[in-house]
Design a protein around this ligand. Structure first.
Ligand SMILES: Cc1ncc(COP(=O)(O)O)c(C=O)c1O
Length: 415
């Protein structure tokens, strides 16, 4: 419970998401949130409004164009505020994979032959392969492996890998398979003592609470907006001091105009504007639950994160507990969420049935899920799991409810 004894009003939350009323989706329990989330009405409205009268080339002086440009700037400004970044530290691109590829291309210039780059085997490939490619520029790639017993990345192991040649560390804030939250603050502090640039992948973390990037201390942080209740875009944060010194990868005349120098071309305009709807959704959620209107958005997000994580623990722990208790199923990662140390992303596989077979049975019970390696194939390979069949993943977020949980428990008990 929060100090104010406030619980997430799940009926209010679900009333904001049209998918829970739509004939196509309303009867399903949605467990594919780590793949991509539903969007609240505010996001759909912002998209429709933009497309109605302002879908013109922005930043001219006539009103349709002027308003289009103003709303594009507003969306970036609001998102920067929500994660405690400056406006010029935010870049919106098509996906996290693209953003990280573009970033690695810019950072290759800091690599000298013999330098070391640390990647994990717990990450999604999006935060591994662009950094592994730096071997083409002379880097030696060092792998920080997770512990095969508890599936956790140990900071003591990282300490043993760092040396004076280490330049870059790419690590996930939360794995899309294991679900544990890695302590990015502690990791960044250790890395920075050794002048290492830290790139944190927040894709599986941010849907459960937007981070305060300054508190985390990372140099770069990324997440996919289509998993945080928005359209198919992704955000990349970078510290101003580093961004402004990166080479210009955009048109020559834009020299010096960071962060536009990082990414050749801008984001999809209408989708960018619809991000305002995410901000409005979280403002509305805050005001529905709390009385203090004087807080800034970071303080509001921090209060919301608390009630959201309590709700996620409440609905996910029974599933973790049940799967862990089954002799025939292997649960990956921790068997309980405590104080937001784990996302409600539950990956498992069976000793006797294929993951495909299990996911099909769950879908027959109107549970939207799938089996896959979810592009964390190094993680699955390390665990000895067939990367074609993969794991079954049940991923929840704050709009899931106890009915969803009970449906999964009932369906699993029949398998
Ligand atoms: C943890 C993690 N990182 C990165 C990505 C890649 O994101 P995108 O699809 O935006 O490229 C994903 C996608 O599922 C992910 O789960």
């Amino acid at each position: 419970m929060t100090s104010e004894n406030i619980k997430l009003d799940i009926d209010y939350v679900r009333s904001q998401f049209p998918a829970f009323k739509d004939p196509l989706s309303k009867d399903w329990s949605f467990f594919e949130n780590a793949g991509g989330s539903y969007v609240p009405k505010n996001v759909i409205d912002k998209l429709t409004d933009f497309m109605t009268a302002t879908k013109v080339q922005p930043y001219a002086e006539y009103p349709m164009s002027k308003i289009a440009g103003e709303n594009m700037d507003k969306a970036t400004r609001l998102f920067a505020k929500m994660i405690n970044a400056k406006n010029n530290e935010i870049l919106i691109g098509g996906s996290t994979s693209i953003n990280l590829y573009v970033l690695s291309n810019a950072l290759k210039h800091i690599i000298n032959p013999g330098d070391e780059v640390i990647v994990t085997n717990q990450d999604h490939e999006a935060n591994i392969s662009p950094w592994r490619r730096l071997k083409d520029y002379g880097a030696n790639i060092v792998e920080w492996k997770f512990n095969s017993d508890d599936h956790e990345l140990k900071i003591s192991d990282l300490d043993g890998l760092i040396n004076s040649k280490t330049k870059i560390l790419a690590v996930t804030h939360c794995s899309n398979i294991v679900g544990s939250v890695n302590n990015l603050k502690e990791i960044s502090e250790l890395a920075h003592k050794n002048n290492i640039i830290v790139i944190g992948d927040g894709v599986s973390y941010a849907p459960h609470g937007f981070p305060n990037v300054k508190e985390l201390g990372v140099d770069f942080y990324t997440f996919s907006l289509y998993k945080t209740y928005g359209p198919h875009l992704a955000l990349l944060y970078g510290k101003e001091d580093i961004l402004k010194n990166l080479p210009n990868q955009n048109h020559e005349f834009l020299n010096g105009q960071f962060p536009y120098t990082i990414n050749p071309g801008g984001p999809n305009h209408e989708e960018l504007v619809s991000l305002i709807g995410i901000y409005e959704y979280f403002e509305g959620l805050y005001h529905h639950h709390f009385d203090n209107h004087k807080l800034n958005i970071i303080e509001k997000i921090s209060k919301l994160n608390q009630i959201i994580s309590e709700h996620e623990e409440y609905i996910c722990n029974p599933i973790l507990n049940y799967i862990d208790s089954r002799e025939d199923l292997n649960l990956i990662g921790k068997n309980k969420i405590t104080n937001k140390d784990r996302a409600p992303t539950v990956s498992f596989y069976s000793k006797s049935k294929s993951s495909k077979e299990i996911s099909q049975k769950l879908q027959k019970n109107k549970i939207a899920t799938r089996n896959d390696n979810f592009y964390a194939w190094r993680c699955l390979k390390y665990l000895g799991i067939d990367t074609n069949d993969g794991v079954v993943r049940l991923s929840m977020t704050h709009y899931n409810n106890m009915e969803d949980t009970n449906r999964v428990l009932k369906a699993l008990s029949k398998i």
